[in-house]
Structure formats: structure tokens, C-alpha cells
Design a protein around this ligand. Structure first.
Ligand code: KG4
Ligand code: ZN
Length: 402
């Protein structure tokens, strides 16, 4: 079956078209496009929701066009919408007139693609940003008469780890992947680490999740980004901190002072990262008062120590949870698993405890729509009739708290 995934929960506008087969248990990526808005948000030091919404509205049609082009969808003779569709589309895009115009200009120029389901992120994420994707998905579902699956962004991050590339056919840049779900020993444990979330989730099976621990304040990605800001590094700080920390390790540079590992020994699976962020703020203030400015070495040393502190806490909590729940398979997802130091530390943990660890390939770690198309595939039983009303749910949980 062919599934179109649409993702607009934060600052990436992404669309993916996949073909998933139950019989062969694999998935082909036919088209996959991610348009990042990092440059637009960087001057504000973080993602600005209304700006994200506007950018999604501007980018959705070009991103769809690129994805369908990769998949070989043909441009057709113009076949205008029937008059009855016009008011329906106008009301679907009440708040996105620019997107309505682009939609009306582009969609009648392509052949209706072979798509069985449209999967769209309904949460968690920035509500204004989510709405644009939802309205777009609904409009496509109406004009092409395709059922809709409302998908959870965090479940998408889990599923991004459950595929493994099996071929590199020349000319097929997008490739074929094995679906790994049948190789997971359930219940599995998932660590979700992104800009908005830090959670340990018990995966009873795909589609059934219980949160056993989560951050009480900042998410780990947010902590990376805020510490980066304190150190005078541009948004998004995660990759910058990671690069500086690697450099510090290579050169044997250390932080002038140790940083805390908040809640590392607490008797639960929860996290707290705001204290770490504040510790960096106070440390840098003291250093600046003393020396006038931070030296490049100090910045590198603090980046290393902060990354170590976050890594230590994540590894300790995962070790404890894996032991307590008798886990054999660990699944890691979310943008922060693009961090090679954290990835390595979790791999070491898995080797040490005899766990099988599944992680997404690096380019599927940060937000993308492939993971949302996969969520649509696994959520195909809950598909809704074409044009069904969907609602953005900014704080949508992946499951109940255990
Ligand atoms: O999953 P994601 O793309 O978006 C959300 O759903 O939040 O995660 C984005 C987060 C950002 O906070 C970003 O700084 C962080 O992932 N990130 C990293 C790295 N690459 C992305 N954090 C640490 N090291 C990295 N290499
Ligand atoms: Zn994400």
C-alpha cells in the first residue's frame, strides 16, 4: 500500500511517500523531502510558532511537488476542480489563503497519485504549525478521495528506528528497507529524546505505549539549545555543542568546574534538565565576571561537560529501567539521537547489558515525514473517511503514564 506522510509539528516541513508491504515486510521510500526552517528561526534563537505556521503554508506545495517528482508522478493536462470543491477548499484553508492559492495552482496540474492513505501529524507539537499540515492533509484527502490517519509525532520517532536499509540499487537513491517490528522483543523500552520531549516509554507493541518516566521541566534537546545560547552559539545548539564537545575531547580540554547530573540517582525514571541549564548560566556568569569573556577553550570544555552530564543521566535511567522491566530490545528516537556521543554511550550500555538497540539512521533522527508515513502504515486500522475532521493536539501524549 502507498502512504503519504505529512509532518509540520515544528520547524521542518516534510512530506514522504512510501510503499509498504505486509507480505514482504518491507518498505520502499518513493519520495522523501524535508525543508528545514532553521535559517528563518535562527535570528530569534528558537522556533517562533506563528512564523513556523507561515513557513509551512509557503513550503507545503513545493515540498509535495518535489516528493511526487521523486516518486515519478506525472504532470497532467490541466483538469480543474469541479465547482463544488471550490467552497470546500476555501473553507479548509480559511486561515491559509496563500496555501489555498498554491494548492489550486498546482494540484490540478498533476495526475492523481496512487496513494491509499494520507497520514498526518496531529501532535504533539506547536499547535499553529500542526494545523497547517492537518488542513493540507484534509484538502488532499478530499480532492483525491483518500482516507486519513491522524498520527502521533513521537510514535513516528520510535518507528524511524524500526527500519533497516536492505539495498542500494543504482539510481534508487531512496531505497528499500526491512521493517524490523517482528524482530523486536516486546515489551521493549524506548528512549525518546527531542527538542520537546525526554521520555522513557514501555512499548507493549506498536501502537500501545506507557510512559514510565519523563522530564519534569526541560527536554534534553531544549537543554542543549539553551546551553548553546548561554555559550553564545546560534540556534539550534544541539549539533554545535556536540561538535565543540568532540573537539574538547580530542584536545583533552575540560570544563573549569563540574556540572550537576540532575536526578541521576532518584528512585524513578524521571528527568530534570533545567538545573543543568541554570548551572551553566551561573558558571559562565562567574567566569565572565572574573575574566571579562569566555575563552574558546572554556566554551569547548563546558560544552563537553554539559554533553557528558546529559549523557550520564540518560544512560543511568535507561540502565535502571531496562533492568527493572526485564527488557531485551531498546528503541531510541528523536532529534537528539543524531548526537554521536549519546549514540555511542547508549550502544555501550546495550553491549554491557546484552540489549539489542535500534536507532534510526542519522538522517531519519531529526524530524521527517518518513516516520509519519510509517505511523500511518501501522495505524491503517484507524484510518478515517476522506475529508474527516481532524484536530491539532499540541500536547498529545504517546500513551498513559504507567
Ligand atoms: O526530533 P527533533 O528534530 O524535533 C522535535 O521533535 O523536537 O529534535 C530537535 C532537537 C533540537 O533540540 C536539536 O538541538 C537536537 O534535536 N539535536 C541535537 C543534535 N542534532 C539535533 N542535539 C544534540 N546533538 C545533536 N547532534
Ligand atoms: Zn521530533
Amino acid at each position: 500500500m502507498h502512504i503519504l506522510g505529512i509532518e509540520t509539528s515544528c520547524d521542518e516541513t516534510a512530506i514522504s511517500l512510501i510503499e509498504a508491504s505486509e507480505a514482504s515486510n518491507n518498505v520502499r521510500i518513493l519520495g522523501n523531502t524535508v525543508h528545514t526552517q532553521i535559517d528563518v528561526h535562527a535570528p530569534y534563537g528558537g522556533v517562533f510558532p506563528d512564523l513556523a505556521k507561515r513557513e509551512h503554508a509557503k513550503n507545503l506545495i513545493p515540498v509535495l511537488a518535489k516528493t511526487l517528482e521523486q516518486a515519478g508522478v506525472a504532470i497532467a493536462e490541466s483538469h480543474p476542480f469541479t465547482p463544488d470543491l471550490e467552497p470546500v477548499l476555501a473553507s479548509t484553508f480559511t486561515y491559509e489563503p496563500e496555501l489555498l492559492a498554491a494548492f489550486n495552482a498546482y494540484i490540478p496540474t498533476i495526475q492523481k497519485p496512487s496513494i491509499d492513505l494520507i497520514s498526518v501529524t496531529i501532535g504533539p507539537g506547536l499547535t499553529p504549525a500542526l494545523w497547517v499540515g492537518i488542513n493540507f492533509a484534509r484538502a488532499l484527502s478530499i480532492v483525491w478521495n483518500i482516507p486519513l490517519v491522524p498520527s502521533n509525532h513521537m510514535e513516528g520517532h520510535i518507528l524511524a528506528a524500526l527500519i533497516e536499509k536492505i539495498d542500494h540499487k543504482p539510481g534508487e537513491i531512496l531505497g528499500t528497507y526491512d521493517l524490523l517490528d517482528r524482530r523486536v522483543v516486546y515489551p521493549a523500552l524506548s528512549l525518546l529524546i527531542s527538542g520537546g520531549h525526554t521520555q522513557i516509554v514501555l512499548v507493549e507493541k506498536i501502537g500501545s505505549y506507557k510512559i514510565i518516566g519523563q522530564t519534569r521541566d526541560d527536554a534534553v534537546g531544549e537543554c542543549f539549545d539553551k546551553i548553546a545560547r548561554t555559550l553564545g552559539l546560534p540556534y539550534p545548539g544541539g549539533p554545535k555543542i556536540s561538535a565543540l564537545a568532540a573537539e574538547a575531547r580530542a584536545q583533552g580540554i575540560r570544563s573549569p568546574e563540574p556540572l550537576p547530573r540532575p536526578m541521576i540517582a532518584s528512585d524513578d525514571y524521571d528527568f530534570s534538565f533545567s538545573g543543568l541549564k541554570t548551572a551553566v548560566l551561573y558558571l559562565t556568569k562567574r567566569l565572565i565576571e572574573k575574566a571579562g569573556a569566555l575563552t574558546p577553550d572554556t566554551i569547548q570544555g563546558i560544552a563537553r561537560e554539559a554533553e557528558d552530564a546529559m549523557t550520564d543521566v540518560l544512560v543511568a535511567k535507561m540502565r535502571k529501567a531496562a533492568e527493572a522491566y526485564g527488557i531485551e530490545t531498546v528503541i531510541v528516537g528523536g532529534g537528539v539521537i543524531a548526537n554521536s556521543h549519546i549514540r555511542k554511550a547508549l550502544e555501550n550500555l546495550a553491549a554491557d547489558c546484552g540489549l539489542r538497540m535500534l536507532v534510526p539512521q542519522i538522517d531519519h533522527s531529526t524530524d521527517n515525514a518518513l516516520m509519519i508515513a510509517l505511523a500511518g502504515y501501522y495505524g491503517r486500522d484507524k484510518a478515517l473517511a476522506p475529508g474527516s475532521e481532524l484536530k491539532a493536539f499540541g500536547t498529545l501524549p504517546i500513551g498513559p503514564r504507567a
